[in-house]
Design a protein around this ligand. Structure first.
Ligand code: NDP
Ligand code: 8X3
Length: 256
């Protein structure tokens, strides 16, 4: 039977790549994001390959998320995989200088939006006795870096929420996976730096980062494991990235 995949944040980056990779498996796609034009263009491209339903949804809008899921046509309600991918980082300032509005937006999107979508879709999965929730966390949820502050906090939430979700689902054939990418070139840094293309480009210059396709392949792989196998988490970094030593502040004449 044809699988049905719901992808949030499908208008660019990992979400868009997941749409292409799942379409290649023959799955039906439900795509959502805020930018309607991007979604329509993607749906037009993919419609030669598979059935696509797309909807403009802001995951921060709780009522809109529940309306979207509850109004899915019957033939689209049997969701096999939910990819909770919509998310963003805003800013890289130290906590004392960071924008509280940026922090709120990250919390509203990466935590609350993911909660709303999960809570809206999960009853459908339970009713059908099948499903797989694949959350897109980040290495920032495990490893601290300067300026990661609230963004890393939201992804630490995704990590622990994913585990707790699986604990709630013990005994049910519904799987939960947290995929935690490292440095990946998408529109992520353009968004993080509020549209500053040069600054965004400099993040990746001289590196060979992950690309959206690398993560999409990982997502599809996790979804294709035998039904009794739950991939709890996958951490993926490019080979140009690795851990460094912990920072140590040394006393100088100036900071004594
Ligand atoms: P992109 O900026 O390319 O994609 C982000 C997607 O999220 C877009 O489709 C955007 O669509 C959507 N989105 C953002 N806010 C909302 C919202 N309120 N409602 C609905 N959709 C929304 O970045 P990535 O593909 O890189 O990011 C995808 C996920 O991967 C994020 O959760 C990010 O935190 C995570 N990640 C990214 C890494 C990276 O280095 N690139 C590494 C680790 C994790 P639209 O604007 O149209 O709404
Ligand atoms: C994105 C990876 O290291 O820029 O989640 O936070 S990082």
């Amino acid at each position: 039977m044809t699988s049905t995949i719901l992808i949030t944040g499908a208008s660019s980056g990992f979400g868009e790549a997941c749409a292409h990779h799942f379409a290649a498996t023959g799955a039906k796609l439900i795509l959502c994001a805020r930018r309607a034009l991007r979604l329509t263009e993607l749906a037009n491209k993919l419609s030669a390959q598979t059935d696509v339903l797309c909807e403009t949804v802001d995951v921060r809008d709780r009522d809109a998320v529940f309306k979207f899921v509850s109004e899915l046509p019957t033939e689209w309600q049997s969701i096999d995989v939910l990819v909770n991918n919509a998310g963003l980082a805003l800013g890289l300032e130290p906590a004392q200088a960071a924008s509280l509005d940026d922090w709120d937006t990250m919390i509203d999107t990466n935590i609350k939006g993911l909660n709303y979508m999960t809570r809206a879709v999960l009853p459908l999965m339970i009713e059908k006795n099948k499903g797989h929730i694949i959350n897109i966390g980040s290495i920032a949820g495990s490893y601290a870096y300067p300026g990661g502050n609230a963004y890393g906090g939201t992804k630490a939430y995704v990590k622990q929420f994913s585990r707790n979700l699986r604990a709630d689902l013990l005994g049910k054939p519904i799987r939960v996976t947290n995929i935690e990418p490292g440095l990946a070139e998408t529109e992520f840094s353009v968004v993080r730096f509020h549209g500053d293309l040069e600054k965004a480009k400099s993040v990746y210059s001289g590196t060979h980062p992950l690309f959206a396709d690398d993560i999409a392949r990982t997502v599809v792989w996790a979804s294709q494991q035998p039904a009794h196998v739950n991939i709890n988490s996958i951490e993926v970094m490019p080979t140009c990235q690795a851990w460094g030593p912990l920072g140590v502040a040394k006393e100088t004449q100036e900071n004594k």
